[in-house]
Design a protein around this ligand. Structure first.
Ligand SMILES: [Zn+2]
Length: 123
């Protein structure tokens, strides 16, 4: 079963999801007033497959396509929502990676460097 399906129904009813595609490279998410904002940054010059993308938490990622990157960003943010007891961004990355691989997305990722202190917004 996909991890996406285990969100409590109350949470789904109480939240709006907003996804924006912006120039740059990476993703970040935040929650405010029942709205879940996910900003996926992909410039028109971003090559896919995207290899060697390094997030601010010391993870190195490879994404075969934009869909693979978007799925990973969503899975990461869903992990924040569904697993609030996880304290590190690395834990959410790990959860997201396992979920997208289980769903068949073509993603590779591992923590290569030490995680820096948690900022107010996600990667
Ligand atoms: Zn995060």
């Amino acid at each position: 079963m996909a991890r996406f399906a285990v969100l409590p129904p109350r949470a789904l009813e109480a939240c709006t999801v907003s996804i924006e595609v912006l120039p740059g490279r990476g993703w970040m998410g935040d929650f405010s007033h029942h709205t879940w904002h996910i900003h996926v940054q992909v410039g028109k010059d971003t090559p896919f497959p995207l290899t060697g993308y390094r997030d601010r938490y010391g993870w190195r990622w490879d994404f075969a396509s934009f869909a693979d990157m978007l799925a990973t960003a969503l899975a990461h943010e869903v992990s924040h929502w569904g697993n609030p007891w996880l304290q590190s961004e690395s834990s959410h990355n790990d959860t997201a990676l396992r979920q997208v691989l289980h769903l068949g997305f073509q993603v590779w990722g591992e923590q290569r460097f030490r995680e820096s202190p948690r900022p107010e917004r996600c990667p």
